[in-house]
Design a protein around this ligand. Structure first.
Ligand SMILES: N[C@@H](CCC(=O)N[C@@H](CS)C(=O)NCC(=O)O)C(=O)O
Length: 270
């Protein structure tokens, strides 16, 4: 059975990471049996989640997971769609993953209120005296990474303007179709849903969310995907039965160790 390594459900989402959500939805689309595990972050081949263990073969990165499933199980996630439509879907996915993602991350980690209601909760399991230290170090790591990317140097208005263009473009592309490319879901819908659900997450007050909420088609799309892939009582994913507190404690400590190993902090977090 395939094991998908995740952070675990949080903030009303199947996972706080849109990439983990995408990988899980691809597994659901494929109809393959799988289980989720939340203890794999410290062993992640790229230092990130998701990754899978496909019967002994580890595959990291949601796009490589998709290619692996296609190759290994002969799945065509875009069955019925043309080459041009497939190419178009790839470009939409990459707009979300390589552009919008960083704006979402910025708004979750740098706006104090959002940080408090979201990422700060990941550290609940850390020993109380260490908690502020671990939380600050991890936050600093994320802020540094956003600066290395370039987006971290932009103003909030500039970031919002670009994210708004992504959301408007997505809403226009979706139009009145039930799924990104047409009447049936394609592989890119795993990504689109993961990002739309992340943006609409009510835990975070962001201009991206305010803008997305103006697009009725995105909201309906999100509901459609929720009920298709996460119906009540979903039994397909065998959740690892472990307490939230312990899970996020491990996650936070692993993040700090990873930070120390890979990056030297250069920028002071707010
Ligand atoms: N390109 C990767 C991106 C994965 C990624 O960025 N994962 C984030 C969560 S959204 C992560 O694990 N971050 C932890 C870290 O960088 O320390 C994919 O598609 O899987």
């Amino acid at each position: 059975m395939i094991t998908l390594y995740t952070f675990g459900p949080e903030m009303g989402l199947p996972d706080p990471s849109p990439f983990v959500m995408k990988a899980e939805i691809l597994l659901k689309m494929a109809g393959l049996p799988y289980r989720t595990r939340t203890r794999g972050f410290h062993k992640a081949p790229h230092g990130k989640l998701p990754y899978i263990d496909g019967n002994g073969q580890e595959v990291a990165d949601s796009s490589f997971i998709r290619s692996y499933l296609e190759r290994q199980y002969g799945i065509d996630f875009d069955a019925g769609y043309s080459r041009v439509e497939r190419a178009f879907a790839w470009s939409v996915e990459k707009m979300l993953e390589e552009h919008l993602y960083f704006a979402i991350e910025h708004m979750r980690w740098t706006i104090d209120e959002n940080f408090r209601h979201g990422p700060a909760r990941f550290f609940r399991g850390v020993l109380a005296p260490l908690r502020p230290l671990v939380r600050r170090a991890t936050r600093r790591k994320v802020v540094n990474r956003l600066r290395v990317h370039g987006l971290g140097f932009q103003s909030m208005d500039e970031i919002a303007e670009r994210a708004t263009r992504d959301i408007d473009a997505l809403a226009t592309i979706l139009g009145s179709k039930p799924y990104l490319l047409g009447e049936t879901p394609s592989g890119a819908d795993a990504t689109v849903f993961a990002f739309v659900a992340s943006v609409l997450c009510p835990v975070f007050e962001t201009s991206i969310r305010t803008n997305a909420e103006r697009h009725a088609n995105l909201k309906f799309y999100c509901e459609r995907m929720w009920s298709r892939y996460y119906p009540w009582g979903d039994k397909q994913a065998e959740q690892a039965p472990e307490p939230q507190e312990a899970r996020f404690g491990r996650l936070a400590v692993a993040a700090v160790l990873e930070n120390a190993r890979r990056e030297k902090p250069r920028v002071k977090a707010q």
